[in-house]
Design a protein around this ligand. Structure first.
Ligand SMILES: [Zn+2]
Length: 185
């Protein structure tokens, strides 16, 4: 059994300064991305893909920009939370594919670091994490900001057979409980 999730996000550059984060990695650039959190457009797209795959609430519903405690928040937190919901629902990530649309900076030199960071967040080997950089050749919004798209595939986590097969343990449980109850009473 499998599920698929799609995420998209877009952020403008700040008017000046700031730290640019992509995939949880700090990228050297003259401007960062504007946003209530750290503006990590790639992590936001990935979190929405994870949540979409389990038909959960979207990122904005879970972490509203009206929440003052999320100001400048590290967006890895959003992905960690979304991934925890995926695991709790009985799924694990099979692979991630993402596109980052940015005229500047170029993604290429930072790809290895970003893939590594994403693999750590989602417990994935490098061969299951893909990030591709695209430019708009000068068309907006590539020049004024960065957008990202992400797709995740989820697989069912197999349940351990012992939970249904081992009846001896279950049969002995009431006896233990009964003697324990007498002692405490
Ligand atoms: Zn965002």
């Amino acid at each position: 059994m499998m599920r698929i999730g799609l995420g998209f996000d877009i952020h403008r550059f700040t008017s000046r300064g700031g730290t640019l984060k992509l995939g949880g990695v700090t990228i050297p650039h003259s401007r960062g991305l504007a946003g209530h959190s750290d503006g990590d457009v790639l992590l936001h797209a990935i979190a929405d893909a994870l949540l979409g795959a389990i038909a959960g609430p979207d990122l904005g519903e879970l972490f509203p920009s009206s929440d003052p405690s999320l100001r400048q928040a590290d967006s890895r937190r959003f992905v960690e939370h979304s991934y925890a919901l995926v695991r709790r629902a009985g799924w694990r990530v099979a692979n991630l594919d993402a596109v980052v649309v940015s005229d500047a900076p170029r993604l290429a030199p930072h790809k290895p670091k970003i893939r590594q960071a994403l693999g750590r967040l989602l417990e994935l080997p490098p061969e299951a994490v893909s990030v591709k950089g695209k430019t708009t050749e000068g068309f907006s919004p590539g020049a004024d900001g960065i957008s990202a798209q992400a797709v995740v595939l989820l697989e069912r986590i197999r349940r351990r057979p012992q939970s249904t097969v081992h009846s001896p343990r279950r049969a002995s449980a009431p006896r233990i409980r009964r003697s324990g109850g007498k002692r405490s009473a």
